[in-house]
Design a protein around this ligand. Structure first.
Ligand code: GLY
Ligand code: MN
Ligand code: MN
Length: 456
C-alpha cells in the first residue's frame, strides 16, 4: 500500500465503491495458516485476497465488517505470553487505527454483527467451517456462491478487475522485483550445475526485498511439464531453462513473468527458430491489446502466429487458418494465452470463472481454447498476462491416436529435428490503458540476442 497515512483513504474509497453496488453488510475473514508437521511449526500465512483488498494488511485470524463506508475490525489481542516467542505485536486498537476502522472488537462479539451479511469463502478449512457455523449456511471454497454471497462476489469482481492507482503502485513494485529476479537467474546460469541454484538466485532477490513468491516458482529444463516444481535436474549446455517466477508484495500484489534462455548462453538454430515464433506470438498479442478488444481473440492471434510459424518451419502442413480451426496449434500450445493478474496470480480464481468469464460465457470444449482462463472484452485498468508457448509434451505428441489422426498435418520427421526444444514460454504482465496498453514488465528483454547477452 502507498503509505500509512493514505492506507485508510485507499480502503475508504474501495468501501465507498462497493457500497454503490450492494446494499447489505459484508463480512470478510482473513483466514489462518495450518501446521506443517506439529502444532507450533506452521506454513507461512497468506491472507485471503478479498480481505486484503479491503483491509490492506495481512492480519491473521481477523475479520472485517463493511457497511456503507463504515469499517469494523474483529480480532483478538495476542495472549500476553506470546511476546516471549513473537515479541510485541500491534494491538487491535493499533491495527484499527492503521486501517481506518471505525470500531474494533474481540472475535467473540462477531456473532452479534452477522445479520443479513454476505461473505466469500476462505480457502482454509478451519476458517470456512467457522464462516459456515457463524452464518448458519454452507460457505464452501470450491463452490459458486449463492444468493447475497453471489451478489457480493460479482460486486467485488467488478472492483478488483479494474485496478486503482494504489493497486497499480504495488503491482509495479512486484514487477520491478521480479524483473531483477529474472536477470539474477540469467546471470547465475553459467556457474550453476542444477536448476535449484538458479531458483535460489532468483528467489534471493525476491526475499531480499522482503517479498514472497506469488506462486511456486517454475525453474526447469523440462519446460514441457507446464507446472513443473522440481529443481533437481542438472544443467547441460544444450538445454533451455524455462523460469516462471513472480514476486508478491507484503500486501499481496503479484507479478508473473516467464523467460526461457539457453543454459550455454547461445540458442541452437532449432531453439532459435521456435523461440522467435513464440516471441512473434507474444509481440503480436501485445500490439493488439486495447480497450474493447476480446481477450479470446488475442488468444486466437497467438494461435495463428504459432500455426504460421510452424507451417513455415515445415512442422505443420496446411493453411494456418484451417490448422487453427482444427486446434492443431494446440498440440504445441495447449494452454490459454493468459489470465487476470492482481492480488492472486490467477486473479480471483477462488470464484471459479466468475471473474475470468463475462456473464453468459462459458468454457469452450475445444482442445486448447477450453483452457483459456479469461474471456472478456478488455477494459482500461485490467492487468492481464500474455504468455504464449511451445511445448513438446510426450503425453500429447506420443499418443498413438494423435499420431494417427494427424499423420499428414504434422510432419513428424521434421519435428524430430527440433528435439532440443522441450518447452519455451515468454510471459509478460500487460496493463490495458485508455490508449492501448502498457507492459509493466517491459524492461526485462525478450529478444533472443539480448537474452543471450544477459546469460553470457
Ligand atoms: N505462473 C503461472 C502462470 O503463468 O499461469
Ligand atoms: Mn501466468
Ligand atoms: Mn507464469
Amino acid at each position: 500500500m502507498a503509505n500509512l497515512t493514505s492506507l485508510s483513504e485507499i480502503l475508504l474509497s474501495r468501501r465507498q465503491k462497493l457500497a454503490e453496488l450492494i446494499d447489505f453488510p459484508v463480512v470478510l475473514w482473513s483466514g489462518s495458516t495450518t501446521s506443517r508437521n506439529f502444532p507450533a511449526n506452521l506454513f507461512p500465512f497468506r491472507a485471503n485476497s478479498h480481505f486484503l483488498y479491503f483491509a490492506g494488511i495481512p492480519q491473521e485470524n481477523a475479520v472485517i465488517r463493511l457497511e456503507g463506508s463504515n469499517l469494523q475490525l474483529f480480532m483478538d489481542d495476542p495472549h500476553p505470553s506470546s511476546t516471549l516467542w513473537h515479541g510485541e505485536t500491534p494491538s487491535r486498537e493499533e491495527i484499527a487505527a492503521k486501517i481506518g476502522a471505525d470500531d474494533a472488537r474481540p472475535m467473540s462479539e462477531l456473532k452479534d454483527f452477522l445479520a443479513d451479511a454476505a461473505t466469500i469463502a476462505v480457502q482454509d478449512a478451519p476458517t470456512w467451517t467457522q464462516q459456515s457455523q457463524l452464518l448458519d449456511r454452507w460457505i464452501l471454497p470450491r463452490q459458486l456462491p449463492q444468493g447475497i454471497d453471489l451478489d457480493l462476489a460479482k460486486a467485488i469482481v467488478s472492483l478488483r478487475i479494474i485496478h486503482d492507482e494504489s493497486a497499480l503502485m504495488e503491482l509495479r513494485k512486484s514487477s520491478a522485483v521480479s524483473i531483477e529476479a529474472h536477470k539474477a537467474g540469467m546471470s547465475a546460469t553459467k556457474k550453476a550445475a542444477v536448476e535449484a541454484e538458479i531458483r535460489a538466485a532468483m528467489e534471493a532477490v525476491i526475499m531480499g526485498h522482503n517479498m514472497t513468491t506469488a506462486y511456486a516458482s517454475i525453474v526447469t529444463i523440462h519446460g514441457e511439464i507446464l507446472h513443473n516444481i522440481h529443481y533437481h535436474h542438472s544443467l547441460q549446455p544444450g538445454d533451455l531453462l524455462l523460469a516462471d517466477v513472480g514476486a508478491e508484495t507484503e500486501s499481496g500484489w503479484a507479478a508473473d513473468i516467464t523467460r526461457t534462455w539457453p543454459v550455454s548462453g547461445t540458442f541452437s538454430s532449432t531453439q532459435r527458430d521456435i523461440y522467435d515464433i513464440v516471441l512473434a506470438a507474444h509481440d503480436t498479442c501485445i500490439e493488439n491489446i486495447a480497450p474493447g478488444m476480446e481477450y479470446r481473440d488475442i488468444h486466437l492471434i497467438a494461435a495463428m502466429v504459432i500455426a504460421e510459424g510452424l507451417v513455415d518451419l515445415g512442422i505443420l502442413r496446411g493453411k494456418p487458418e484451417d490448422l487453427v480451426k482444427m486446434d492443431l496449434h494446440a498440440l504445441f500450445f495447449p494452454h490459454g494465452i493468459g489470465h487476470l493478474l492482481g492480488l492472486d496470480v490467477h486473479d480471483m480464481e477462488d470464484l471459479g470463472d466468475l471473474a475470468g468469464y463475462e456473464e453468459g460465457r462459458t468454457r469452450s470444449d475445444r482442445f486448447g481454447l477450453g483452457s483459456l482462463r479469461l474471456n472478456r472484452s478488455l477494459q482500461p485498468g485490467m492487468l492481464v498476462t500474455i504468455e504464449p508457448g511451445f511445448y513438446q509434451v510426450p503425453t500429447i505428441l506420443n499418443n498413438p491416436k494423435t499420431r494417427n489422426q494427424y499423420q499428414y498435418l504434422v510432419n513428424w520427421e521434421r519435428l524430430e529435428q527440433f528435439a532440443d526444444v522441450r518447452g519455451i514460454r515468454i510471459e509478460d504482465d500487460v496493463l490495458v490503458t485508455e490508449e492501448g496498453c502498457e507492459v509493466l514488465t517491459a524492461t526485462l528483454p525478450t529478444q533472443a540476442e539480448e537474452i543471450e547477452s544477459l546469460v553470457s
